[in-house]
Write a protein that binds this ligand. Structure first.
Ligand SMILES: [Zn+2]
Length: 435
């Protein structure tokens, strides 16, 4: 089995999304039973868990296809594959660039440290937090003075360390997926309201479950952005913190690059101004996330109600309406980056649907999109169900390549074989390049 890049596992590890292969694996669930359950009106606990897991992974697909960051990333993947299929050596830098990105962006796993796995024991033992900064390693294995990284450190009540977590692309994406799960569960909870006793029991369970994962030391990549919102703005309502964290995370995945220099650096960072300037020049998404929250802190505390327009204004940014227009222009500009090759048509379908989806959900994820909507526009990834037997030995590799070159649709097994082959080739190439 080849090394898999950019896999986003679900918190219970029963599922993942592969950004390179653009498919979802739901190993715990069988296809027919699951589809029947999804169609059923009543939502038992099994169905709620299935819906949550499916929508969590689908959110990764949504963010990878309908944010400016996601579209750029997807185009990079397809351009690298097309350059390989075109066998055009002068274009192979695209493969090296993609592999460098993958290896760098997996840094959240390396820099994420769990010191203490003790489960959360109640609100009286709330964690404390602080922001810290360090330097990242470069390709030669040296810490690089121009490559800073920002972390959140969590400590227990006695000040003992619990975990250290970078605010990274991974944490932005997991923030959105966890928020998607929350919205879905809250919606289902509302349907229980006609039985007031059951409703109260389920509501209690819902709040308890939220606390359990938010304060799970091993899951802080999923919760760090929401913790940052709670701590900086002083919010105790988890749902509100997650909503703000998701809107801001999505905005940062869409943010026009010239905004980085426009946003004033908050006085909180005065004592490490030089490092802060370095973060800005590196267009560091984690730093800018925290900086925008600090810029918003005073007016949020004064008014006591979340307002996206105020959040933007406090960082010297245009209105949501103006930003929607700018984001759309930037997303449309990406089209010119697409190169020719056998997978161009497939990429164009993803690209055009992605633009459509971006319009629907908004640059701040104001309109959460679910599986039903994706089905209605026929835009969702391959789903690998638990009972699916991948009969890879029966696949004729030559036939797969013939189909690719003639732009004939592949079934999942064929696509999987193709992805494995390409990843192997990319791995060999990046070794040759010393990446
Ligand atoms: Zn995830």
């Amino acid at each position: 089995m080849n090394e898999k890049y950019e896999i986003f596992p679900n918190i219970s590890s029963v599922a993942y999304y592969s950004s390179f292969g653009q498919y979802i694996c739901l190993s715990k669930y069988n296809e027919k039973e699951s589809l029947d359950k999804l169609r059923s009106v009543s939502k038992d606990d099994f169905t709620i868990e299935l819906l949550s897991t499916l929508n969590h992974e689908l959110q990764h697909w949504i963010d990878h296809t309908s944010t400016v960051w996601g579209l750029e990333n997807t185009i990079k993947i397809y351009n690298a594959i097309n350059s390989k299929l075109n066998n055009k050596e002068s274009d192979f830098w695209r493969i090296a660039s993609l592999m460098k990105d993958y290896k760098q962006s997996s840094y959240s796993e390396y820099y994420h440290v769990v010191h203490n796995k003790t489960p959360f024991s109640g609100l009286e033992n709330r964690w404390s937090w602080n922001i810290s900064m360090g330097l990242k390693f470069d390709h030669d294995g040296c810490v690089h003075p121009n490559n800073p990284i920002i972390f959140v450190r969590f400590n227990d009540k006695k000040g003992e360390p619990i975990s250290r977590t970078p605010i990274s692309i991974h944490s932005f994406l997991e923030t959105n997926s966890m928020y998607k799960e929350l919205v879905l569960k809250a919606k289902i909870l509302q349907t229980k309201k006609n039985d007031i006793v059951e409703y109260h029991i389920k509501q209690k369970e819902f709040l308890k479950d939220n606390l359990r994962w938010i304060y799970n030391p091993e899951l802080t990549v999923y919760s760090v952005n929401s913790h940052a919102v709670s701590n900086i703005l002083g919010i105790s309502d988890i749902s509100l913190s997650m909503e703000i964290a998701s809107q801001l995370s999505t905005f940062i995945l869409n943010m026009p690059p010239d905004f980085y220099d426009k946003i004033p650096i908050n006085k909180y960072f005065n004592s490490f101004k030089e490092r802060a300037l370095l973060f800005v020049s590196q267009k560091d998404k984690g730093f800018i996330f925290l900086n925008i929250l600090y810029n918003y802190k005073d007016s949020f505390t004064r008014i006591g109600k979340f307002d996206l327009e105020n959040l933007l204004k406090d960082s010297g940014l245009p209105t949501t309406l103006e930003i929607e227009t700018l984001v759309k222009i930037n997303a449309e500009k990406l089209y010119s980056q697409i190169i020719n090759g056998p997978l161009r048509n497939k990429l164009e379908i993803i690209y055009h649907n992605g633009i459509r989806l971006l319009e629907k959900r908004g640059s701040f994820n104001q309109n959460v999109v679910d599986f039903e909507y994706l089905q209605s526009i026929n835009f969702y990834p391959f789903i690998l169900w638990g009972d699916k037997f991948l009969d890879l030995d029966s696949i004729d590799n030559d036939l797969v390549m013939h189909k690719i070159r003639n732009q004939i649709d592949l079934n999942f097994e064929e696509w999987y074989i193709f992805e494995e082959y390409i990843l192997k080739q990319f791995g060999i190439f990046s070794n040759i390049c010393g990446i």
